[in-house]
Design a protein around this ligand. Structure first.
Ligand code: ZN
Length: 332
């Protein structure tokens, strides 16, 4: 079983300097495509369902399939609610067995965002669930700014406020607004790296970028250097799937069957996810035993790690061997 919390994933991402993709799912084909990509790329994974998609995504129906896929995957998986806006959605996700939730109070006044986030963190931590919070406005319709324009500077995350927010809420990860946009960017993304650097200096939690689709690889690399440990992707997954389906219909016209469309969709989603796993440098992170194996146990590396890394177990075995030797018996 490779289910882990977001805290586990981001701790490893922090120590090995990469970012985990938060890939937002809408149905079973997407789940299969993302699972295949993670297996092929040997990459840790954060599978997300977004509250904004609840009109067409049935979280309760999809959750058992996500857990089943997570059990079979040889990589660690955090199952995460993206942009939880209401207490009801967050409680539902926790009941579904999600290991992590996002509470997005970024539309609220600062004090209300602090208060709500703090209460959700207290509850979630009591049942072992991680919490991502958000401060500042990411563009593109989930927050205060509609459309593909980056929000004006006064709506981006204020570094001093971020420090206070993290200290008072005890959140596990912070989604920051530094000019990213949900959906399609109008023109080239312009990220405020000076702001990101200041936020990094003043806070001690892993940072998250939303609106990851379309950020150039060199900007992703810089963001990772400045402490970003999770990057969310949705827009490019749906674009890649739709492009593949369109190509198929243009090519084969009336001969196209529904299973053909499902295959094209899966191919498109998988290509987008694999691309971002490479860009985020999470590819290959599960190709050898590593610290994540202690909590993951999803593949054959786990045994080797627990033998080589668990000091307590090693000490116990040495103590037994010494005791047996002193007694003149045979150590087991
Ligand atoms: Zn988002």
């Amino acid at each position: 079983m490779g289910l882990v919390t977001l805290v586990d994933l981001l701790k490893d991402a922090d120590s090995r300097k990469y970012a985990v993709g938060g890939f937002v799912l809408v149905n079973l084909e997407w789940l299969q495509a993302v699972a295949e990509a993670a297996q092929r790329k040997q990459s840790p994974l954060c599978l997300c369902i977004a509250q904004v998609h609840f009109d067409f995504v049935d979280m309760e129906a999809l959750a058992p399939a996500i857990h089943q896929a997570s059990k079979q995957l040889p990589v660690p998986v955090a199952v995460h609610l993206d942009h939880g806006k209401t207490l009801d959605a967050i409680m539902r996700a926790i009941k579904c067995g999600f290991t992590s939730v996002m509470f997005d109070g970024s539309d609220l006044p600062f004090e209300e965002n602090v208060e709500m986030t703090r209460r959700i963190v207290d509850f979630a931590h009591s049942v072992g669930v991680s919490v991502e919070a958000e401060l500042g406005a990411v563009g593109g319709g989930y927050g205060k700014v509609e459309g593909g324009e980056a929000p004006p500077p006064e709506l981006l995350t204020d570094p001093l406020q971020a420090a206070e927010f993290v200290r008072r809420t005890n959140c596990d990860a912070l989604a920051v607004a530094i000019g990213t946009v949900h959906g399609k960017y109008k023109g080239k993304p312009k990220l405020d790296f000076e702001r990101l650097k200041k936020i990094r200096e003043l806070t001690d939690v892993p940072l998250v970028l939303h609106g990851g689709s379309g950020i150039p690889p060199e900007d992703v690399k810089r963001a990772i250097e400045l402490g970003v440990r999770k990057i969310n992707i949705y827009y490019d997954m749906q674009k890649s799937a739709t492009d593949r389906i369109r190509e198929l219909i243009n090519r084969d016209g009336e001969n196209v069957t529904y299973p053909d469309i499902m295959s094209a969709c899966k191919q498109g989603v998988r290509e987008a996810v694999e691309y971002y796993m490479d860009v985020f440098a999470s590819s290959g992170k599960c190709s050898a035993p590593n610290i994540l194996c202690r909590n993951c146990q999803a593949c054959s590396h786990a045994e080797r790690v627990s033998l080589s890394l668990s000091d307590e177990e090693l000490a116990r075995r040495i103590a037994i061997a010494v005791a047996e030797a002193l007694k003149g018996g045979n150590p087991q």
